[in-house]
Design a protein around this ligand. Structure first.
Ligand code: ADE
Length: 418
């Protein structure tokens, strides 16, 4: 089997860590049983471009148990867990093309290696497979049944492709499931971002001024957890409704121009480009720590930062010091790449359980509905979302109420008032 991983000798360590993560993925494990029995993906070639983590390994195993022929590459050059890549190859028989710290050239070579398998389903986190297929490998499109997309940034890219009429196969936006973004984006990003910042810096959050740029689901999660650790949180936004929500959630809201001189920590989670720019770095306090938890490494303008920098040095793993021409120091974490996956291990498995249950069921849905789907971006069917929520609650031993007949009649009627 062809593959490209850092060190195959790490496989046994990876296998144990995958088992550990899998212990808190009950919904995915139920789907695995179903997939083993029914083989809904029998003989289907799946290319996955995901963060290669212990949780992704469990998803790949489920797809394989469902009969799929799977190949995996990384969706970010810094997020790969090398022991997991090795374990997927050695213990699960799945070809992986991913090495932590790979350069951009290798990153794209790995995408091509996975596409060389001529996938029928693509599974993306950031739409890189779809993008490369539409730009360079259009000969693959006739074989493709559809794709899934894991993240907000990818869904935005794909919706713009669909709107401009260039999307050439159907996509299910897994990110849009409520059992995905309510939990993964909020609680997952909230916890794993703080985890990444702490592992990289070992700095105290309590009493600090923590600036969160962007108050989408991820920003809400980061702000909530930073506050929980005792930070004084400032939110920056471009959207009035979100800005208002942040105010009513009790945060200080102000433009980044103002926040720049106040923060001890800055975390971008907007999905947009150059949120932190040269003029902001020059206003920052000496020792300010800057990181990103959005999908692409474009939110912090590193080029602009370099232009006002005298000297650089790596202080410790994932911490680079920029000594500015004004004599102050700014610390950039994880090269501006998603800090939760570069310096930590990404979201905990119990939340990825729901995201990846959506992925598995949506892959099966694409196959069973292939004939009905157009070249559009679809939401996750409500039945899948509700089923995952129900299974997750059951797995947690939580019961909820059911409507009485009287309540159902009341909700269906319009005559009854005061
Ligand atoms: N995205 C965020 N956290 C992740 C994880 N643990 N595995 C895969 N993708 C992720």
């Amino acid at each position: 089997m062809e593959y490209d991983v850092q060190d195959i000798a790490l496989a046994d360590k990876g296998k144990l860590r995958i088992e550990w993560a899998n212990q808190t993925m009950p919904v995915l494990n139920l789907i695995k049983e179903e997939f083993l029995a029914n083989k809904p993906l029998k003989g289907v070639r799946v290319a996955a471009c995901l963060h290669v983590t212990t949780e992704t390994a469990s998803l790949m195993d489920v797809l394989k148990c469902g009969g799929a022929d799977v190949a995996v590459c990384a969706s970010n050059p810094l997020s790969t867990q090398d022991d997991v890549s090795a374990a997927l190859v050695k213990h699960f028989g799945i070809p992986v093309f991913a090495k932590k710290g790979e350069d951009d050239k290798t990153y794209y070579e790995h995408i091509h290696a996975v596409l060389d398998k001529r996938p029928q389903i693509t599974m993306d986190d950031g739409a890189d497979l779809v993008s490369v297929i539409h730009k360079e490998k259009t000969d693959l499109i006739d074989d493709i049944i559809g794709g899934t997309e894991e993240t907000t940034t990818g869904v935005i890219r794909l919706r713009s492709m669909a709107e401009t009429g260039v999307l050439r196969y159907p996509i299910v936006a897994v990110n849009d499931a409520e059992t995905k973004h309510f939990f993964d984006n909020r609680y997952g990003t909230g916890q794993s971002t703080m985890d990444g910042i702490l592992r990289a810096t070992n700095r105290l959050i309590a009493g600090s001024k923590f600036v969160v740029c962007g108050y989408g689901w991820c920003g809400r999660g980061v702000a909530m957890r930073a506050r929980g650790m005792g930070a004084n949180v400032i939110v920056t936004e471009v959207d009035s409704l979100r800005g208002l929500e942040a105010v009513m959630d009790g945060y200080r809201v102000m433009p980044i121009e103002e926040a720049a001189s106040k923060g001890d920590f800055f975390c971008t989670v907007t999905g947009d480009i150059h949120v932190l720019r040269k003029e902001h770095f020059l206003r920052m306090k000496d020792g300010a720590v800057v990181c990103n938890s959005g999908h692409f490494n474009v939110e912090i303008d590193l080029e602009g930062l370099r232009e006002v920098t005298k000297e650089n040095r790596e202080m410790r793993d994932f911490v680079e010091e920029y000594l500015l021409e004004n004599g102050r120091r700014v610390y950039v974490l994880g090269e501006g790449r998603l800090i939760n996956l570069s310096a930590a291990e990404g979201h905990p498995s119990s939340v990825m359980d729901m995201s990846f249950a959506n992925q598995a069921l949506c892959a099966a849905h694409l196959l069973s509905h292939a004939k009905d789907l157009e070249n559009k971006v679809y939401g996750v069917p409500r039945a899948i979302d509700e089923r995952i929520a129900r299974l997750k609650l059951e797995s947690m031993g939580v019961r909820i109420d059911a409507l009485t007949d009287e309540q159902k009649t009341y909700l269906a009627s319009w005559e009854q008032g005061t």
